[in-house]
Design a protein around this ligand. Sequence first.
Ligand SMILES: [Zn+2]
Length: 410
Amino acid sequence: MIRKVDLAVFDRVAYELVNDEIVRFTQEFVRINSVNPNLAPGADESQAAGFIASACDKAGLQVQLTEIASDRPNVVCTLPGKTDRIGLLFLGHTDTVPFLGMENPLSGEVSGNYLWGRGSVDMKGGVAAAVQAVLALARAGVELEKGVAVAVTIDEESEHRGAFALAQQGFHADYCIVPEPSANQILLGCKGTAPIRIDVAGILAHASNPWLGVSAIQKAANLISELYAMPMKEFTVSELGLTLRGTMNVGVIQGGTAYNNVADKCSLYLDRRMVPGETQESCLAEVRSVLSALTTNDPQFRAMAETSRPDWHWQPIMQRGLNPAFTSGSSPIAQAVRFAHQEICGEPAVFGYTNGYMDMDFMVNDLGIPSINYGPGEPGMSHTAHERLRIDQLVTATRVFALAALQLAL
Ligand SMILES: [Zn+2]
């Protein structure tokens, strides 16, 4: 059972939450370029981390910057309680995907109910809401029993080095909220993602005599049909009355050397989304069994599969993989957010499960911290050329975070 805090205490905190200030802070954060350097060389997350660190430092929070890679620091800001325990951790990331055709990606412009910019939804809005909630707790001077922390990590959009490092350091917290965009729904779990590269080999020949060669592209075309026909595992989340299913998508094909050559090489990258019960190894094994069945039927078919993704070079993440995670809706973290959402919005929160992947994986699977996803922004806006954050969701999430933190840390 979660405790239902005295709402008079929350009123003191809510008094410190000024909507214009929440929006202004988010605008400033969005205006900082923090594109992931794996995806656009030359960028880094350090200024964005510095922005969060300095806001928290000024408010008297404990601030720890840890350089994970060159100029790429994680930042952990803690409002301490009377004990050493952390009652609630907010886990976000500083990096964004590249601008990808977005006009004025760093404008942070407000128009009507929207705040525009790359990262406004994924996930500077969520991080700003968490930080503003914790700063309001600090200003209100509420004496907490346990601490409340905000960890903002690097590299979520690529190799997840920030969350990996946090897990390796053995971070302790009772519960975690990942404020990735969920349109302020409570999402209890995430799918995993297994990146697989398949190299198909052929025999080079001139296109005028194709019978002298073996086309890797033709073999790959057949393979792709077989991959899409693979049966996908299902997982039923009985408390949500929801059946999840694994999916797969071939996102990249590279092959051939010239228009008048029979291709001797063709490579595919596929993204296999996993439900609980699946692992990177089990998905790779399934793909390899498709390859061996094709080889049995066609002696000219030659291919091999391995874990790989175009932007991944770092061995530890290739070995660990990115796994599915789930926390029950009856857990104190889900119940605390549910209560807070009901109080702030006057209507029940919607529960669900995201098809996306999130760093809650590291919290749940490596650190054993029950975690849910709740954050402002429509998830479908993430990474798009028209990424914009709903301001009403931003200010609501900030209040929900403050009230949830009181329930878990007071
Ligand atoms: Zn994100």
